[in-house]
Ligand binder design. Structure first.
Ligand SMILES: [Zn+2]
Length: 276
């Protein structure tokens, strides 16, 4: 089975603050090594369970965080941005399952470490079909459009609960529990990596047994984003077929999940350009 792995950073054990997740932050260089080690743990678990090959996508910030020279040499890495499918670039027919490592709760969550959806500076809330959709849900829908189920989500306890609520049948592993947005009770990196390896192996094994269904929300997908202010919505509205649904709210009827991700990216890049 071919396995696809998307790796974010906010949900990595030990990470609780933007000082660790921003390239200019004091603790960034240390935290990116934890992120790389958690990616390796998932890779090793996938191969333990019989994966034939593994594609890893760096899915955080500028998407150049994972240290290629420290990654298991059996994999291939997608690094850098911009990518049309963003956090799930490269997923497509032929993969048997996807693993989401280091993921975080959606914008507007209570007690989710560094909760946001795609671009935290501009997105206050993101819904699809009237339900809150976090990055796990949106990226799972892209995987699902290719018939690929998400087998494992790791991060804090809040994103794990959100993943089980929306995907229902999925393995989750909490490596920390958020106390507030910037505080958590966390496993140490070594222990988190051991558990991620075990969880990835279990998830890939179960995927081979057909345990997980692809996440396929009905189309068209009714996307709605509440931006942090009206200037952001003014800019997002420039994207053709965008509907302005309120002072800070834009809507879009996305015919498929790939379009959903592309519209979210176009909106947030335009909205970000208005920030002063
Ligand atoms: Zn991130």
């Amino acid at each position: 089975m071919r396995v696809y792995i998307s790796v974010d950073m906010e949900g990595v054990a030990g990470v609780v603050h933007v000082d660790q997740t921003r390239r200019t932050g004091h603790d960034y260089e240390r935290a990116r090594r934890w992120m790389t080690a958690e990616a390796n743990a998932a890779i090793h678990g996938a191969f333990d369970a019989g994966a034939t090959d593994v594609l890893v996508n760096d899915a955080h910030g500028d998407m150049r965080n994972l240290l290629p020279e420290e990654l298991d040499p059996r994999i291939e890495l997608i690094s850098g941005s911009l990518k049309p499918l963003s956090m799930v670039q490269g997923v497509g027919a032929g993969f048997g399952c996807a693993l989401f490592i280091g993921y975080h709760a959606g914008a507007g969550s209570r007690a989710g470490i560094l909760d946001h959806t795609f671009y935290g500076r501009v997105v206050a809330r993101c819904r699809v079909g009237g339900r809150d959709f976090n990055e796990t849900a949106i990226n799972a829908a892209v995987c699902g459009s290719h018939g690929i189920p998400v087998a494992l989500v790791t991060g804090d306890g809040t994103v794990c609960a959100q993943a089980r609520e929306i995907l229902v049948d999925v393995e989750t592993l909490a490596v920390k529990d958020a106390i507030t947005r910037y505080a958590a009770r966390t496993l140490t990196p070594i222990v988190a990596q051991e558990r991620i390896r075990e969880a990835a192996a279990r998830a890939v094994q179960r995927a081979q047994e057909g345990a997980f269904a692809p996440f396929q929300p009905p189309t068209p997908m009714n996307l709605e984003i509440d931006f942090v202010n009206a200037a952001c919505a003014d800019a997002a509205e420039l994207v053709p077929h965008t509907e302005r649904r309120g002072g800070t709210t834009c809507g879009y009827a996305a015919p498929d999940a790939s379009t959903l991700v592309q519209v979210i990216q176009a909106w947030t890049i335009l909205a970000g350009s208005t920030m002063v």
